[in-house]
Every structure is written in structure tokens, then in C-alpha cells.
Ligand binder design. Structure first.
Ligand SMILES: Nc1ncnc2c1ncn2[C@@H]1O[C@H](COP(=O)(O)OP(=O)(O)OP(=O)(O)O)[C@@H](O)[C@H]1O
Length: 236
């Protein structure tokens, strides 16, 4: 198994509570993704899409099963292992409050990731941030603005831009286009398309929108009640 491949094998996620008892949020999930492939995970609300995304980035551990990145089982990884792999795998969620520092400027939020995870010098960092701002149709003037004063859509684009700036091997996106207007949606999808082509980054794209899935993905898995009910290649 090479760099950029994902194998999700017999994964189950069971939540237990006193009121509900055992709830199977994910049942026997099996997905294999080759390097540079883009997988859309589509399904109705509550079908388990975000749960699967959380497992892929170590926010939760599965009840059973294995998840292999580059052939390595990530399920036993602890906080330190995840931290040392931040360059490899990046995630963007609908709510960007967990990834961006609201008090700091847009520029310093992105630059911090570049300082920590790449070897770009100051001039290269600035160039990269300006180029990516253009790619997502964001005005350079916003770079000096504290994140807390950006709109929800701008914050989402900024966190995507931040994740892509460091050119990860894997990019996990959960509902990154929901609630955005048509122009912003187009900008986000174009950026994802280009990143996948240029860096051969493997993307997992959680969405409700078949149209968005068709545009940027070559594979699709459709979920229902915690199970994958259909899986295959998208023909464009
Ligand atoms: N920590 C938890 N404890 C108990 N149940 C949970 C937990 N997290 C998720 N669930 C349940 O698991 C199911 C799947 O949730 P999930 O968020 O993965 O769905 P989704 O397909 O992403 O939905 P949406 O499209 O609305 O975001 C839901 O019924 C949810 O209530």
C-alpha cells in the first residue's frame, strides 16, 4: 500500500447511553481509496457521514475495525502521533471555530500553519497565501482582519485555504460548501479540484449535494442508517 491510500476495513462505531442503549452509528464500513482519488460520502442527515470523517482524523476511535493510511493502522494513534502527522492529513469542517484562532488575523492563522508545517521562507509564505486568497476569490484586504470579524463563509474558505496551503497527502472535508453562495461554492470546489490535480492529494468530501460530489469526486459512497448502501465510480 503506497502513500495517499486509505483503507477503511470493517469499521463499526457504537455509541452507548443509558437512555438509548447501544446505537450503531456506523455498521461494517469498508472503503478503499487509491492515491489522488476523490471520494464523496453522500447520505441523508444522521446517516453517519460526519462520524466517519471524525474517525478518519482521529477525533474519535472506532469501536472496532481498522483504518489504514499509507498501510499504517491509525486507530491506535495517540495525540502525539496525530500531532506529528498534521502535515500528512488535514481536515476542514463546516464549523471552522475549532481550527482558526478568532482573535488573530486571517493572515497569521494561515502563516502559523506554514511556519509549523513547511519550510517556506517569509517571502514564499506571503506569496503562497496571496495566491490562494485569489484562488478562493477572497480580497487581500481581509488578510489583516481578525477571524472573528469574517463571515461564516469567509471563515470556511480561510480554513480550507489554510489546510491546502501545506499540501497535505489527505484532505478530509465535511460539508465545506453548505450555506455558501454560488460564487463561493464554485471557488471552494475549484480550489479542491486544483489541489487534487496538482498535489495528487487524496480527498474525502462529505456532502448532501450530488452536484458538488459529481464535480470534484471520482468515487462515491452513499450512506443510510450507518451503512454504505452503494459505492462506485462516478462517470462524468
Ligand atoms: N457522540 C455521539 N453520541 C451518540 N450519538 C451520536 C454521537 N455522534 C453522533 N451520534 C449519532 O450518530 C448518528 C450519525 O451522526 P452523524 O453526525 O455522523 O450523521 P451525518 O450523516 O453526518 O448527519 P448530518 O448530515 O446531519 O451532519 C446520528 O443519529 C447522531 O445522532
Amino acid at each position: 500500500m503506497g502513500v495517499g491510500e486509505i483503507a477503511i476495513q470493517n469499521v463499526n462505531q457504537i455509541y452507548r447511553s443509558e437512555i438509548q442503549g447501544a446505537f450503531h452509528a456506523l455498521c461494517d464500513i469498508n472503503i478503499r481509496l487509491e492515491k489522488g482519488e476523490n471520494l464523496a460520502i453522500e447520505g441523508e442527515s444522521g446517516s453517519g457521514k460526519s462520524t466517519l470523517a471524525r474517525l478518519l482524523i482521529g477525533m474519535e476511535k472506532p469501536t472496532s475495525g481498522t483504518i489504514l493510511l499509507d498501510g499504517e493502522d491509525i486507530t491506535p494513534w495517540n495525540y502525539r502521533t496525530w500531532k506529528s502527522n498534521r502535515k500528512k492529513i488535514q481536515a476542514v469542517f463546516q464549523d471552522s471555530s475549532g481550527t482558526l484562532n478568532p482573535a488573530r488575523s486571517a493572515f497569521s492563522n494561515v502563516e502559523e500553519a506554514l511556519i509549523n508545517l513547511t519550510s517556506y521562507n517569509r517571502k514564499e509564505r506571503k506569496r503562497r497565501i496571496y495566491d490562494l486568497m485569489e484562488a478562493v476569490y477572497m480580497n487581500h484586504k481581509l488578510l489583516d482582519t481578525p477571524v472573528c470579524r469574517l463571515s461564516g463563509g469567509e471563515q470556511r474558505r480561510l480554513s480550507l485555504l489554510r489546510a491546502m496551503a501545506i499540501e497535505p497527502d489527505y484532505l478530509i472535508m465535511d460539508e465545506v460548501t453548505s450555506g455558501l453562495d454560488l460564487i463561493s461554492t464554485d471557488a471552494v470546489l475549484t480550489l479542491v479540484e486544483n489541489a487534487a490535480k496538482l498535489h495528487r492529494c487524496s480527498c474525502v468530501f462529505v456532502t448532501h449535494s450530488r452536484k458538488d460530489a459529481m464535480r470534484i469526486s471520482n468515487r462515491i459512497a452513499i450512506m443510510q442508517n450507518g451503512r454504505i448502501v452503494e459505492q462506485g465510480h462516478l462517470i462524468k
